[in-house]
Design a protein around this ligand. Structure first.
Ligand code: FES
Length: 239
């Protein structure tokens, strides 16, 4: 229950945001700086390659950021490593041994539940990554496959696996039963659910691989523009 001297605003702002926590504030600073740099220093479509941060436009970046920020995998990481609690799944003890523990998805952090809706926006953005691959192949008027095309393809696959290994997707296709022994989860014919569950078991690793790939592709194209990285031509066939 809220104390009589607490203002509604104080109730809304989680104590995690009010602490002198250098880890958290460094993260906020780097994230804001990174976003400003991406917006200011736009990468043009170069040698047929589109930077994934601008697919299809930098304007959708907030949706992508919110999808990732509310992702269960990143949530675990930032609650544990930025807010320092919960220390592990079975305890809410803080890493720095202060008394206040983890309060879960309550108060402000209830907003993280909006993740299931960002999942649909992620589905809408996915086709553009594949269009970018297609564009990189045909933009010369011939069939052209370069190192950049291969890197774009790996990135598109990483984003696809990331999106479809999502916990909300698992919930949508059978996990809503919330019971591992329920028929839908034991059904041997429910191969999509079982396949997705296997994928979901690696969601955190896939999430980080996909994020690193995003940054890698961005740096690769910027490196090409700066003349540091060659875009090696692998296949070139006239139509
Ligand atoms: Fe990570 Fe949905 S839980 S993308």
């Amino acid at each position: 229950m809220r104390a009589a001297n607490e203002t509604p605003l104080k109730h809304l702002i989680p104590p995690e945001f009010l602490e002198p926590n250098w880890r958290f504030w460094s993260f906020v600073f780097i994230s804001i700086l990174g976003s400003i740099l991406i917006i200011l220093y736009k990468v043009p479509v170069y040698d047929g390659l589109t930077d994934p941060f601008y697919t299809p436009t930098v304007l959708i970046l907030p949706l992508v950021v919110l999808f990732r920020l509310t992702c269960y995998a990143y949530r675990k990481d930032y609650h544990r490593h930025l807010f320092k609690h919960p220390n592990s799944c079975a305890t809410d003890v803080r890493l720095d041994t202060k008394s206040r523990g983890y309060s879960g998805e309550t108060g402000f952090f209830r907003v993280e539940n909006i993740h299931r809706y960002f999942m649909y926006t992620a589905w809408g953005i996915l086709p553009f990554f594949y269009y970018d691959i297609y564009h990189s192949i045909v933009y010369t008027g011939a069939i052209t496959v370069s190192l950049g095309t291969v890197i774009l393809t790996i990135n598109a696959l990483a984003v696809t696996f990331y999106t479809f290994s999502c916990h909300s997707v698992r919930h949508l296709i059978g996990g809503y039963k919330d019971c591992v022994n329920c028929p839908v989860n034991r059904d041997k014919k429910n191969s999509i659910y079982r396949f997705q569950s296997r994928l979901n078991g690696h969601h955190e690793a896939i999430a980080w691989t996909s994020l690193i790939m995003f940054v890698f592709v961005d740096l690769f194209i910027r490196g090409m523009i700066a003349g540091i990285v060659p875009n090696i031509l692998l296949i070139h066939m006239g139509l």
